[in-house]
Design a protein around this ligand. Structure first.
Ligand code: ADP
Ligand code: MG
Length: 332
């Protein structure tokens, strides 16, 4: 349903999007994940015809967005990063305006009221957009994307700036839309995509670094577990035990803590749940573990883990000899 082929966008010397290719099948919900500045908005703007590409192709339902923009755009509902709302209009006026703009042929009243029900803005239909909360405005933005019942829905960071309750609501809404539409949404927050998407496309610095099922990405992330543990015992002996323990990829002394304990950062090898073996090993040596806390995996670590894994795969296939991202890089 969506096909992107070798898409490139350069701004002077910057390659904002650097040779990206991927496809989204009919009925899929795909997450487009990357840190700020990765090139997500640029890609989405090219995909929707808001921006022309430097080279490469974007197709919607088999139609090239640059060759036949009118036909392609009819099939797209787009929520840009900054939704183009007219603040002085009421929701009703605005959606009617969008309806006319899109040259929509569906039953006007029925269609617009249906959309309002779906995105839950019926109660503010007669209100001026300027006076609506951020959460409601975002839903009006989503509503405009749904006018004309497009096959493909493209959302650029749909939950940015919303509070946790609103985020859950928008996620549920996206899940509902996914039942009848092909959806692609961008975000820089991992839990966001793992909660709603079946597949995740990851980009970093304009380059595609992963395109796979959500559970496969999740296993990379989970395998990359960092713990902060508080242990009572002589620092050097404890640290040496941690560093030599099977299943631990990295250990570091963090500092003294309460009750005569010290805190250590422990990073397990991918796929290893180190917590139980670590507990028993420490107990055996008479070093009580009096605290343990999982540290969040940040997006940067995930990207490095994915890159590392990609390199490993290539190495196995004999494509490259040695270009593995080293630990020293990850610690920076
Ligand atoms: P994302 O949406 O993932 O945060 P963007 O697509 O907005 O990333 O930006 C990708 C890169 O392109 C960034 O380095 C950004 O600074 C640059 N960029 C985006 N738009 C422009 C522009 N109009 N002129 C110059 N550089 C731009
Ligand atoms: Mg963006």
């Amino acid at each position: 349903m969506i096909k992107i082929e070798n898409l490139v966008k350069t701004y002077g010397d910057i390659r904002a999007v650097d040779n990206i290719s991927f496809e989204v099948n009919e009925g899929e919900i795909v997450g487009f994940l990357g840190p700020n500045g990765a090139g997500k908005s640029t890609t989405m703007n090219m995909l929707t015809g808001y921006l022309s590409s430097t080279s490469g192709k974007a197709m919607i339902d088999g139609i090239d967005i640059l060759e036949n923009p009118l036909e392609a755009k009819k099939r797209i509902g787009f929520l840009p990063e900054q939704p183009p709302l007219y603040l002085d209009m009421t929701v009703e006026e605005y959606l009617n305006f969008i309806y006319d703009l899109k040259g929509c042929k569906l039953n006007r009243r029925k269609h617009l009221l249906e959309i309002c029900e779906v995105v839950r803005i019926t109660e503010v239909y007669k209100r001026i957009i300027r006076n609506l909360s951020k959460g409601y405005r975002q839903r009006v933005g989503i509503a405009q994307a749904l006018v004309g019942n497009p096959k493909v829905i493209i959302f650029d960071e749909p939950t940015v700036g919303l509070d946790p309750k609103q985020i859950v609501e928008i996620r549920n809404l996206i899940r509902t839309l996914g039942k009848n539409h092909t959806v692609i949404l961008s975000t820089h927050i991992l839990p966001e995509v793992s909660a709603v998407c079946e597949r995740i496309v990851v980009i970093n610095k304009g380059k595609l670094i992963a395109n796979e099922k959500t559970e496969d990405i999740a296993s990379v992330v989970e395998g990359f577990r960092r713990l902060c543990v508080k242990i009572v015992g002589p620092r050097d002996e404890v640290l040496s035990l941690l560093k030599n323990k099977e299943g631990i990829a990295y250990a570091e002394y963090l500092g003294e803590r309460d009750g005569g304990s010290c805190a250590y950062l422990v990073e397990s090898r991918p796929g290893v749940d180190i917590r139980r073996p670590l507990f028993f090993a420490l107990a055996e040596h008479g070093f009580p573990m009096i605290g343990e806390e999982t540290m969040g995996t940040n997006l940067e670590d995930i990207f490095l883990a994915l890159l590392e894994r990609n390199d490993e795969r290539k190495k196995k296939r004999g494509v490259i000899k040695s270009n593995v991202v080293s630990r020293s890089v990850r610690q920076d």
